[in-house]
Design a protein around this ligand. Structure first.
Ligand code: NAD
Length: 236
């Protein structure tokens, strides 16, 4: 049984991923600002936590390590988006997006890496986005944070090899509360039509990728971004 820490595990991709690991026999700790929106597997424990608060994150990781003896897999998944054009965005909103999406990954990975380096083993994962590698209007700050996660992934992998593997998943459109909050019913059909696969991913399809990346099947995979987008960006 592995010890898995996930951020943003109370909803969407994070919830499905926490369930995937727990149903496979792992013990999962979910760092999230709010409680799960759906009932969780008893093997998933919610720790109320804001990933932008590095000292709170470090305290939570230390507590998990003391409780279980190890930290085997960390999935930095918490993220927010604010729809605003480049002429309208405010400093406070942008700082919050960067604090949660980018610094929230860095702080959690660093706290976990301290434990993993002592163990000489561990896997660091995160949720980036296809929008880190392309322009996408009204989400300039969000897109920049996702590009930043890929950059963190590469450098963490170089510094922490050979003991620790590092990878990120870049989903395209996934049907989650975050995504649905931005859509009118017409938009859902429009987005489906421009994805060669003809639909959004389910959160479970992203969870499966995390489960693979954390497994021994992926033992030589590190420093990489895995794009899962139904070929949405394949022709770019
Ligand atoms: P979601 O809104 O359903 O879930 C996000 C979770 O993160 C929520 O439980 C929320 O409470 C938590 N969270 C937010 N701020 C937090 C903070 N400061 N500290 C701790 N937890 C916090 O969204 P989702 O669609 O499942 O998104 C999960 C990740 O996937 C995000 O990083 C998002 O950017 C990324 N992503 C989503 C899509 C998509 O289409 N849904 C596509 C690409 C990438």
């Amino acid at each position: 049984m592995r010890t898995v820490i996930i951020s943003g595990g109370s909803s969407g991709i994070g919830w499905a991923t926490a369930e995937r690991f727990a149903s496979g026999g792992d013990q999962v700790f979910n760092l999230d600002v709010r409680a799960p929106t759906e009932p969780s597997n008893p093997a998933v424990s919610w720790i109320e936590n804001d990933v932008a608060d590095w000292s709170a994150v470090r305290a939570a990781v230390t507590r998990v390590a003391e409780t279980t003896g190890t930290v085997d897999v960390v999935i930095a998944n918490a993220g927010i988006s604010i729809r605003h054009g480049v002429l309208e965005l405010t400093e406070a909103d942008v700082r919050r997006v960067v604090d949660v999406n980018l610094l929230g990954v860095l702080g959690l990975w660093q706290a976990a890496a301290d434990v993993m380096v002592r163990q000489r083993a561990g896997v660091l994962l995160a949720t980036a986005s296809v929008n880190g590698a392309r322009g996408y209007p009204l989400y300039a700050d969000y897109n920049a944070t996702k590009a930043g996660i890929v950059a963190l992934c590469r450098t963490f992998a170089l510094e922490l090899s050979p003991w620790i593997r590092v990878a990120c998943v870049s989903p395209g459109a996934v049907l989650t509360p975050m995504q649905l909050a931005e859509y009118t019913p017409a938009m859902l059909d429009e987005v489906n039509a421009r994805i060669p696969a003809g639909r959004h991913a389910s959160p479970e399809e992203i969870a499966g990728a995390f489960h693979y990346l954390a497994s021994a099947e992926a033992s030589f995979l590190t420093g990489q971004e895995l794009v899962i987008d139904g070929a949405e960006t394949a022709g770019a």
